[in-house]
Each structure stands twice: as C-alpha cells, then as structure tokens.
Ligand binder design. Structure first.
Ligand code: SF4
Ligand code: SF4
Length: 434
C-alpha cells in the first residue's frame, strides 16, 4: 500500500478528537502526537511535503501500539494503524535498514532453526546466571534495554515447544480432521505450555495435528516497516501450507499470527494466488474449537477472566468464542474484566522498546484484573501472556497467567497435570533458581 493510500486514508479525519480518550498511549502521555488525530496529521503533513520526514518521526510512528482502539471510536473510520504502518515502511526505507535489522528480519525470523538456536543460547545464558552476573557487575547499565528485557521475560522456558512436540503423539485414533498447527515464534519460545495445551486440546477433539515447519508469519517485519522481509515470510508460509498436503484447517493459538496470516497480502498490496490457501485455511484456535467442539467433559475449578488481544478483538472481531468456550467449562467461574480489550501494552517488543509508556498502560489493566478477584487470567497471544505475566509479578498479584488453551485442554480431557500442580511446580522451580 503506497504513501498515496496513507494520504487518502488521512483525508477521512475531520479532527473531531474522539480518538483521544480510548488511545492507551495518549492516556499515558497526554500528548496530541500520541493519539490517532495527531499521528494522522503529522504523517499527512510529511506526505504532502509540508513537513520534512526526518528521523524525528520515529517516536510519532513507533510509539503507536497499532491497537485500533482509535479506529473503533472514529465515525469516518480513519484507519490510523494502516496510516502509521505505511509511514513506518517509508521511514524504514529511509532510515531503518541496517545490519541488525537485516539479521533479525531476513536471517533469524526467516529461518526457524536459526531463530531457535539464537533463543536457546540466550535462554542458556540466563540459566547460567550470566544475566545476573552482568546485573551485579553493572554491565547491564551499558545496555539498559537488555535489563528491561530480562525483567519482562522473567524465567525463560526450559524447553522450546518444537522440542516438546517431537516427543508427543499427535494423531488420536479415529481422527476426523487433519489440522495444521502454525507454530508461532512467540508460543514456541515464550509460552510452550500454551502450545502444548493447544496441540493436546486439538488431539482430544479428534484432530490429527500436523505441526507445520513454518518460520515467522511476517508480522514483526511488517510492523517495523520491512515489507520486503514480511513478503518473503508470508510466501514461505504459503509454501509450507501447500507442502503439508490436504488440511481441513491451519490453526494457530497466536492472535497476532492468525490476524497477520489472513490480512498481510492486503496490507502490503501483494497479489499472489499461492496466498489463497493461507487466507482460506487459517483459523484462530478459539474460532476453530467453537466450530467443532461438543460440550467439555471435565471440571476445571478456577476463577477465570480473559484479556482480549488487539489482534483478535479489533483486527478479527473475535471476542465471543473465547468467552463462550471458557464459560461452558464446569467449575469455571468466569469473571468479565472491565476494559478487557484495553491493550496490555505488550505489542510485540513494545514493553521493552517503550518501557515507561508500556508500564503505565499495563498498570491500568492490572487494576481491573485485581478488581475481578480472578485467580487465572487467560488470553490468546504469547506477547500478551508475557506482558501480563510481567504485570502480575510487578504488581504482586497472585494470578496465574496463561492461554485459554490451558483451561480448555483440561476441560476436554487432554492428558495434562491439573493447573494448580503445574503452577506449584513452576513456582518451586523459580524459587530454587532465585
Ligand atoms: S476520531 Fe477519527 S476523525 Fe476524529 S480526530 Fe480521530 S482519527 Fe480524526
Ligand atoms: S492504534 Fe492504538 S496506540 Fe495507535 S493511535 Fe490508535 S489508539 Fe493510539
């Protein structure tokens, strides 16, 4: 989508200001350039040549969460997130490309084995106490973002999801459907418990699960403005879909992946027949389970609430299926959270890149979470899980954070330990490591 599209989108803005109150970043900063109206007018000024598109545009563009709360409030539907994304692409071409972004977007995210190797090495370093040593010796002061990242991450998983999947039996007897599982980078590296629960849930529902050897869906490259890399990632994903043979659906438990797989071609103006398969087969987990599931068979005793990932609620309009599925589980006391669709401030690496704004946004969410009295906070996106987990640690809330699949898998009789036992074991491991 070229810059002219950003200009024509921005023509829709009548400057009414209704996008100010729902914008999490504006609520944190109080600055006009943080809200939809401000960002749109500044991009428009640059696109029309009334302002020079300098490096100073970086915070205006990159402090946006792309959460679409402003779009929802906007009567003429000026799509701030699209305008900002187009401008980021221009910014990337002018200022953003460098050896580090090339390694990240074109090497690591384009090749799952390289990404896994890099993540495993980083996690081993944390396990061996190298991070703590760097903190004690003051080395991390030289790299403040690394220090923030370590706090945000907490204890890294012991094992990547793909390694666990190699040990699992993925074909239930008498399977009715053959389902591809799109392995999200985030679930693989940050939330393997969620991924394992997803796969076990699908098996318990009578699906033969085929984990796909996919790399990234392309969202990180797209939001950073590297659309060439994003295009390569989605074409690679399309090839993987094709090579997997006949599939009833490709399911992912990452709201960002499902959204991006469905929309990326349109977003970056890519016309390629190979992508039809990606568009028609991709399903979000809750959406798919709602279509095929019977009533759950097992009790799960928990007070549960749910956080809407922006990529599910506002980018795909999927808010009902997760709530209906959770509420149908015997023993689950579902407690709706106020502003459940208020962005958590995670947005990929936003919590690291814009830590101070992100903490303010997260703090509001934690207040509403506490008010529910829930002991389990569920969501459907690995970045949200990590961010919300960071929030509960930071605000000292005794709430387990996980994916809806972790409740649903148990409710459908999948072979997993009870939630409380898994939680107790995780806490014991953390205590030993501390
Ligand atoms: S709500 Fe829409 S029309 Fe009103 S100022 Fe914001 S972007 Fe412009
Ligand atoms: S997309 Fe979200 S963060 Fe960006 S301007 Fe709109 S409401 Fe604010």
């Amino acid at each position: 989508m070229p810059l002219e599209d950003a200009i024509s989108q921005s023509e829709r803005c009548n400057r009414c200001g209704y996008c100010q109150p729902p914008c999490p970043v504006f609520r944190a900063t109080g600055v006009e350039s943080s809200c939809g109206r401000g960002r749109i007018q500044l991009v428009k000024a640059a696109a029309e040549g009334r302002a020079s598109f300098t490096k100073d545009y970086e915070p205006i563009l990159f402090e946006c969460l792309l959460c679409r709360a402003c779009v929802e409030a906007c009567a003429p539907r000026a799509e701030t997130d699209l305008i900002v994304a187009i401008a980021r692409n221009e910014w990337f071409k002018k200022w953003g490309r460098n050896p580090a972004t090339d390694v990240l977007f074109r090497e690591l995210l384009g090749d799952r084995s390289k990404l896994e190797m890099a993540a495993s090495l980083a996690f081993k370093g944390i396990d061996w106490g190298l991070a703590k040593a760097a903190q004690v010796t003051g080395l991390l002061r030289l790299q403040p973002r690394a220090s923030v990242a370590l706090d945000w991450l907490g204890s890294p998983p012991k094992e990547l999801l793909t390694k666990r999947l190699r040990r699992m039996r993925l074909s239930a007897s008498g399977t009715k459907r053959r389902v591809g599982y799109f392995v999200s980078c985030g679930v693989n590296m940050l939330s393997p418990d969620a991924g394992e629960a997803t796969v076990r849930l699908l098996s318990a529902l009578g699906c033969e699960v085929v984990p796909l050897p996919n790399a990234c869906c392309g969202l990180p490259a797209y939001v950073y403005g590297d659309w060439e890399a994003a295009e390569q990632h989605i074409l690679d994903a399309a090839r993987v879909y094709r090579e997997a043979g006949p599939l009833d659906a490709v399911v992912t438990d990452c709201g960002s992946c499902s959204s991006h797989l469905r929309h990326v071609a349109e977003l970056i103006g890519l016309e390629d027949a190979q992508l039809d398969l990606v568009h028609t087969k991709t399903k979000d987990l809750a959406e798919f389970v709602s279509e095929i599931a019977r009533r759950p068979t097992a009790r799960v005793d928990a007070q549960v609430t749910y956080h809407d990932p922006c990529h599910l609620s506002r980018h795909q309009d999927l808010t009902t299926p997760p709530r209906e599925l959770l509420s149908a589980v015997e023993g689950v006391d579902f407690r709706e959270m106020k502003e459940a669709d208020w962005c958590c401030g995670g947005a990929g690496s936003y919590g690291i890149e814009h830590a101070e704004i992100s903490k303010v946004i997260l703090g509001r969410k934690m207040g509403w979470l506490e008010e529910t009295g829930a002991n389990v906070l569920t969501t459907a996106c690995p970045a949200c899980i990590t961010q919300l987990g960071y929030g509960t640690r930071r605000h000292e809330l005794p709430v387990r954070v996980g994916h809806i699949s972790e409740i649903l898998a148990r409710a459908y009789g999948a072979d997993l330990p009870p939630l409380e036992r898994q939680e107790a074991e995780a806490r014991a491991t953390e205590a030993v490591e501390a």
